[in-house]
Design a protein. Structure first.
Length: 691
């Protein structure tokens, strides 16, 4: 029997996100979902700057999604918690943290381009979190759209078992209807009602043969991947009836063995209701996914929590947003019930929090609620310490869920207030932005005293600067974008420092020996204490670590943050009565610097993975320009007069590339990039750093 909470059947909840490459039509699909489920009475349009889910002024001006937006819909007696995510790679953290808490996803593809660069990125993210996916081939009304080619691109480029459950009926470039291969019915969408009225009828004779062949392909795939019962029935009868086929497709999708593919043209209001049906029929409820796993924060023993309202609370904070009406903490409840007025425990930070209010979000609008149970997504107001990735639970039954990991920023920008009176306001605003955005950071350059903000790309930083001025009312001046270089060492080295200083009448003394070892497998610097047990008082252990690791943030070598280094304390000692926190921290810090000076410093630059699309006529010019930018070309595909060029390139060579690409292709080429790795700066460039 399905568990219920507050009269609601958990099996009828669907937590899903819409993910895609930029411009595949994600937000347009979301707007149609709102309209056809009755959430909105007027259809929002991205091109008119009035999309409901793109509620920030910045989003409406640019016509892109910047921050993930949540809402709750109702369809066929089911509760659909929808999160619309950004498509631009600069805001990939929004996709990452959304997928961490979603049970399923709809991946939207452009009917002309099929799988694009960011499609691969979001697909990998969803795969990493084992999120069941269904696909929607959109924009089939565009010139050059080809449903079958788009499906094949999913199979080949994503290595996915993509199988259509519906196919389009095309007349020229017009999607006049959709064939449901499971029910073998034909659906058309009434233009006068903006697609609200859906007419079901027999499949047109012109589509009958294609529909039967496509259904046979679907039945075979569902029988193979949908469980023993479906396979037995298929072997005995050669077919599956509608109910059995629907059940088999659902089992295969939930098992990540098959990805059901639907079709339509969201802008023309075609194919959205079948997509809603597929979300209900094929994506998981909270009861269909494994119990959430974590550890006991005290013993580190593995723990699991079932989606039961009577279980101990297990909730995950996946996003925070600073707001003038009360800072929001978006929470996914996995087990137990979160109630207004509850005192809860943040097991990540060992802090007590109180839930002042709970709201259900619809973009930026708030609907007050009294509680949230398993499978529900809500926003809490009143949490003081909680940030992205924290676990909310109870002291008497604690659990700690795995934290999110985000890519390192690859580009930096110097900012300063236009008025010295705004200095404090700027610091506070940057602190709030950093709290809300895990891929944004800020620091003070020790040499120049400038405030440097770092992010995932030029657009990311541009949006953040606009938010400083628009949302926080702090006018700022900015420098030119600069690359977020890192540094490491080429060989192992050791350093020792003896710190002795008389402060007042007391002598402070510590002696520390540190070894540094390069390790390319480490994304950051890692610390290890190998000092002989008892050689120094353990109360100073944290100061040994903080002294050494502080040097990793800059101040040694070329001043860049140090990564891919194992920091090992080999020995530490003091004299009786002379050990102090400051002495151990300073000795550790200076021993690290001596060890670093003895190793060969290597500057690392961020490398981006890119995809450029260009008409054949400009192929030579685009390739020549990429080669001048030190690009490594890995693959070139040709599809109907368009070349897809893929490879890697240092981000330092790509500033202003969009302008150059438009110029050499008369505006007909485009590109996208995503962070890939850090690599050593080549010898011919090393002289720029005095190497």
């Amino acid at each position: 029997m399905a568990k219920k909470q507050g009269g609601r059947d958990i099996s009828k909840i669907r937590n899903f996100g819409i993910i895609a490459h930029i411009d595949a039509g994600k937000t347009t699909v979301s707007e149609r979902l709102l309209f056809y489920t009755g959430k909105e009475h007027r259809m929002g349009e991205v091109h008119e700057g009035v999309a409901h889910m793109d509620w920030m002024e910045e989003e409406r001006e640019r016509g892109i999604t910047i921050t993930s937006a949540a809402t709750t819909l109702s369809w066929r007696g089911h509760v659909l918690n929808l999160i619309d995510t950004p498509g631009h790679v600069d805001f990939t953290a929004e996709v990452e943290r959304s997928l961490r808490v979603l049970d399923g996803a709809v991946v939207v593809f452009d009917g002309v381009n099929g799988v694009e660069a960011q499609s691969e990125t979001v697909w990998r993210q969803a795969k990493r979190y084992r999120v069941p996916r269904i696909c929607f081939i959109n924009k089939l009304d565009k010139t050059g759209a080809d449903f079958r080619k788009a499906v094949e691109s999913i199979r080949t480029r994503l290595n996915a078992n993509a199988v259509p459950v519906s196919i389009p009926h095309m007349l020229g470039q017009d999607v006049v209807g959709v064939v449901d291969l499971v029910a073998m019915r034909y659906f058309t969408f009434d233009d006068e009602s903006q697609g609200k009225i859906v007419v079901a009828s027999e499949i047109p004779e012109a589509m009958r043969e294609e529909a039967e062949l496509s259904r046979a392909e679907l039945v075979e795939a569902a029988a193979e991947d949908g469980g023993d019962e479906a396979m037995t029935t298929w072997l005995e009868t050669g077919d599956l009836d509608e109910a059995s086929l629907r059940k088999a497709v659902r089992a295969a999708v939930l098992g990540l063995r098959l990805h059901a593919v639907l079709c339509g043209a969201a802008l023309r209001n075609r194919g959205i209701q079948p997509l809603l049906d597929a979300i209900v029929d094929y994506l998981p409820s909270p009861l269909d996914v494994p119990p959430v796993e974590g550890i006991d924060p005290k013993t580190s023993k593995p723990m699991r929590r079932k989606p039961d309202p009577d279980e101990q609370l297990a909730a995950y904070a996946f996003k925070t947003f600073a707001d003038a009406h009360g800072d929001l903490t978006y929470v996914r409840v996995y087990a137990g019930t979160l109630r207004v007025g509850d005192q809860i425990w943040n097991s990540t930070r060992d802090k007590v929090e109180r839930v002042a209010r709970l709201v259900q979000m619809h973009a930026d609008a708030r609907l007050p609620i009294e509680e949230a149970g398993p499978g529900e997504i809500a926003a809490a107001i009143g949490l003081r310490y909680t940030v992205t990735g924290d676990t909310l639970t109870h002291r008497h039954g604690p659990i700690l869920l795995e934290r999110l990991h985000f890519a390192e920023p690859v580009i930096a920008l110097a900012v300063e207030p236009k008025s010295s009176a705004d200095k404090d306001a700027l610091e506070q605003a940057l602190e709030k932005l950093a709290r809300d955005d895990p891929t944004f950071s800020c620091r003070t350059d020790e040499e120049t005293g400038q405030t440097l903000i770092s992010g995932m790309g030029e657009l990311h930083l541009e949006v953040l600067v606009h938010r400083l001025e628009r949302d926080y009312h702090v006018p700022v001046s900015t420098g030119r974008p600069r690359v977020a270089y890192r540094q490491t060492i080429a060989n192992a080295s050791e350093g020792e420092f003896e710190f002795e200083r008389v402060v007042g009448e007391k002598t402070q003394y510590a002696r520390v020996r540190v070894r540094l070892e390069p390790d390319a497998s480490l994304p950051k610097a890692e610390y290890e204490d190998r000092a002989v047990p008892g050689s120094y008082p353990r109360i100073f252990a944290q100061y040994l670590k903080s002294g050494a690791m502080a040097s990793c943030q800059g101040g040694v070598g070329y001043g860049f943050p140090s990564v891919q280094i194992r920091v090992i304390v080999l020995a530490a000692s003091t004299r009786e009565g002379e050990g102090t926190e400051a002495a151990f921290e300073a000795a550790s810090n200076l021993a690290f610097q001596r060890a670093f000076d003895g190793a060969q410093c290597v500057v690392l630059e961020p490398i981006m993975r890119f995809e450029a699309q260009t008409p054949d006529a400009y192929m030579g010019d685009v390739l020549g320009d990429l080669n001048r930018r030190r690009a490594l070309i890995e693959d070139v595909d040709a599809v109907e007069g368009v070349r897809f060029i893929r490879g890697t390139v240092p981000i330092s060579e790509m500033f202003g590339y969009s302008t150059t690409l438009r110029s050499i292709s008369q505006g007909r080429a485009s590109y996208s990039m995503e962070p890939h790795a850090y690599a050593a700066v080549p010898p011919e460039r090393a002289k720029d750093f005095g190497m």
